[in-house]
Design a protein around this ligand. Structure first.
Ligand SMILES: [Zn+2]
Ligand SMILES: [Zn+2]
Length: 162
């Protein structure tokens, strides 16, 4: 980014707030996704994919705290996987397993969010030439349906990344 060009230490500085034009501006309250993406707020809009400011959904401080804690918890696995070191395959197995603690906790939070706005759990899937996009839900194996231009398992409230 341009503002980083003259600062070799920018990665050691606190991140700037998400720019206004990268925030969801949908007016009709589309569903949200719990989507960890290495930034403090894991809420994204299912329609425009942008970050949804928590105040636009509105929920208790306790849930905000749980979301922040899940976000850091999820990042631990994601970072170990990205690191491609000794823990890569272990982290990958955790991220691939719908019954892992990180996904169970995440899906429990989606149920809580659902009280305030229809919410889905964003299911990350790596794609390369050896991996076909899934046609069934990673949790219940039901056939996925299309909604909001995405593939979804409505009963599990899971939305596939690809
Ligand atoms: Zn939006
Ligand atoms: Zn399902």
């Amino acid at each position: 980014m341009a503002e980083h060009r003259n600062d070799p230490f920018w990665k050691l500085r606190p991140p700037p707030p998400t720019p206004e034009d990268e925030l969801c501006a949908c007016v009709d309250g589309p569903p949200i996704m719990l989507q960890a993406h290495l930034s403090p707020n894991p809420l994204s809009c299912i329609a425009c994919n942008s970050e949804v400011p928590p105040e636009c959904v509105g929920f208790p401080e306790k849930l905000a705290e749980e979301l922040a804690s899940w976000q850091s918890f999820h990042d631990c696995f994601y970072v170990l996987w990205l690191d491609s070191g000794a823990f890569e395959s272990w982290a990958e197995a955790q991220l691939d397993d719908p019954a892992s603690t990180v996904h169970m906790r995440g899906r429990a939070l989606v149920s809580e969010l659902n009280v305030f706005r229809r919410a889905y759990y964003w299911w990350f899937q790596r794609v390369d030439e050896t991996i076909e996009p899934r046609t069934s839900c990673p949790v219940c194996e039901r056939h996925l349906t299309e909604a909001h231009g995405r593939r979804i398992c409505e009963p599990c409230a899971v939305v596939l990344a690809v």
